[in-house]
Ligand binder design. Sequence first.
Ligand SMILES: NC(=O)c1ccc[n+]([C@@H]2O[C@H](COP(=O)([O-])OP(=O)(O)OC[C@H]3O[C@@H](n4cnc5c(N)ncnc54)[C@H](OP(=O)(O)O)[C@@H]3O)[C@@H](O)[C@H]2O)c1
Length: 324
Amino acid sequence: MKQIQFSRTGGSEVLELVEVATPEPGAGEVRVANQAIGLNFIDIYFRTGLYPTAVMPSGLGTEGAGVVDAIGEGVTHLKVGDRVAYAQAPLGAYAEQHVMPAEKVVRLPDSIDFDTAAGCMLKGLTVQYLLRQTYPLKGGETILFHAAAGGVGSLACQWAKALGVRLIGTVSSAEKAEIAMRNGAWATIDYTREDVVERVRELTGGEMVDVVYDSVGKDTWLTSLDCLKKRGLMVSFGNASGPVEGVNLGILNQKGSLFATRPSLAGYADTRERFEAMAEELFDMLASGKLKVDVSQRFSLAEAGKAQDAVAGRQTTGSTILLP
Ligand SMILES: NC(=O)c1ccc[n+]([C@@H]2O[C@H](COP(=O)([O-])OP(=O)(O)OC[C@H]3O[C@@H](n4cnc5c(N)ncnc54)[C@H](OP(=O)(O)O)[C@@H]3O)[C@@H](O)[C@H]2O)c1
């Protein structure tokens, strides 16, 4: 089978399409013949070396959707031929087939096609925990969400709207602002020409926001803290501009007795029960039509590097998938 591998960290040129032996599932594992593969910013962190890989050469990618084509001993909830999706596989989803623990795989409702599933498993489960668990939004709150026209951001705009939450989204262009508004953002701020803190102050009548969801990291950390109400929650959940480092805890006191958390999907979908409950809620949101997945970019598996450059270069909106 064909798989994307890299044997050193670096730019997208380190990614190679190679021919490898088709892996066999062990006990408790399944093999999925991928029909669509999700591309996520975390894949770029592994490729550049920001996040370490267990082995080298390494596969890449943790998300996909397809059909179970082999099953290991002791797997009871899946069978060969099932349509499935996954978001937390071991690195290696950028491939025609991928083996992973069966407990990380859910059966896909017939109404959800493979492209949609690959476009929303990781990103949609992330939005589920961010809006419903990290800060259980009830409706009526005002939140700031960075990268609002991106993959995670596009789903967050829609989910916030469905919850009755006013989402202020940051974006880098007028086109991205339009996309975020179409997805249900309450307002947008183009950070390339507007002062984010001042605009948040204006939009909230000086109140500021209850929660900031910040996946940009280094560049926006301080701005984000300044957008919060007293005792507000800073959710730092990504490093698109580099990691937040060297934080003096006293800053949370200075900026208004703030709370801060650095969550990940792995920390929330950490048991089979929690993963299934989160996936069920995501699938219900899709079935109800409250959530639509905008797969705006499709690349072939061989073009994984080009696809990553587009995402890292802020050229994409919505979700990006690879087709094996
Ligand atoms: N912790 C978790 O559980 C978790 C799970 C999933 C994703 N994430 C994080 O969520 C973020 C979004 O992921 P995604 O896959 O959906 O990507 P994405 O939002 O589609 O793409 C990243 C967006 O970030 C914005 N951005 C701001 N500064 C940037 C910079 N210096 N370099 C590149 N982009 C920059 C860009 O939007 P503008 O042009 O509008 O600025 C860009 O389009 C990532 O940071 C990712 O690590 C975290």
